[in-house]
Design a protein around this ligand. Structure first.
Ligand code: ATP
Ligand code: PRP
Length: 212
């Protein structure tokens, strides 16, 4: 049996067409069923539904053989013990620094002043500002980062941006792009050794589907 870890929402929505192109359908709709393990049209492949940030943990420890995870989540996890063979190109967005319209980010960075940055992505933010030589006080949040500069909790945020609508609605703007983000296939290295006969062709089918 091969176990694939997916998270409900955009990763599931955008991975389903790739699975379909690889000839794999789901036995039931995970968005409406409460089931956490879903069978597929392939008797040797099942899907487990986990929280997006838990996908690397499941794959690393063998709870799943493979999974689909955003690059942001993968970098925050660290990627230890994971093989990353394929960028699926789905759930595309950008990791950016954003600040209120009236905050002079360029001047704050140039002057070498300490800036207060709120984010869920502390590892990515910390690496980014360390590379720039900017002193930063990081404030860890778990959601609604946009609120932090509006309430005086922080000067800026590091968050995912797609259309920019969330920033605009909160009178913020992206002041620097840190990286492009998309979702990747991750694989447990031991699974790849033990189940190579089944996993290698599946990875190649998903590669063809994602490039097609
Ligand atoms: P968790 O529930 O574990 O906190 P989450 O709420 O971030 O995770 P999703 O919102 O489903 O989970 O996002 C999954 C992935 O989709 C993110 O890791 C990111 O790579 C990508 N993503 C997030 N927001 C957007 C967006 N607005 N547009 C496109 N892709 C996005
Ligand atoms: C993500 C992200 C931003 C928003 C950006 O949130 O955290 O808030 O999308 O997208 P936009 O630029 O198109 O507005 P999401 O919609 O996933 O909400 P959640 O993090 O609360 O799940």
């Amino acid at each position: 049996m091969i176990t694939l870890a997916l998270s409900k929402g955009r990763i599931l929505d955008e991975t389903l067409p790739l699975l379909a192109a690889a000839g794999i359908g789901l036995a039931e709709n995970p968005e409406t069923s409460r089931r956490l393990i879903v069978a597929t049209s392939r008797p040797d492949l099942r899907i487990v539904l986990v929280r997006a940030s838990d996908v690397p943990t499941y794959v690393q420890h063998g709870g799943a053989d493979l999974g689909v995870v955003g690059l942001d989540t993968l970098l925050e996890h660290g990627g230890e013990g994971l093989y990353r063979p394929l960028d699926l190109g789905v759930a595309r967005c950008r990791m950016s620094v954003a600040a209120p319209l009236d905050f002079d980010y360029a001047a704050a960075v140039k002057q070498g002043s300490r800036i207060r940055v709120a984010t869920k992505f502390t590892r990515i933010a910390s690496d980014h500002f360390a590379d720039k030589g900017v002193h930063v006080d990081l404030i860890k949040l778990y959601g609604s980062m946009e609120l932090a500069p509006l309430t005086g909790l922080a000067d800026a945020i590091v968050d995912l941006v797609d259309t920019g609508r969330t920033l605009k609605a909160n009178r913020l703007r992206a002041v620097e792009e840190i990286m492009g983000v998309s979702s990747h296939l991750i694989v447990n290295p031991a699974s790849l050794k033990l189940k190579r006969a089944a996993l290698a062709p599946l990875i190649e089918r998903l590669r063809a589907a994602s490039h097609g």
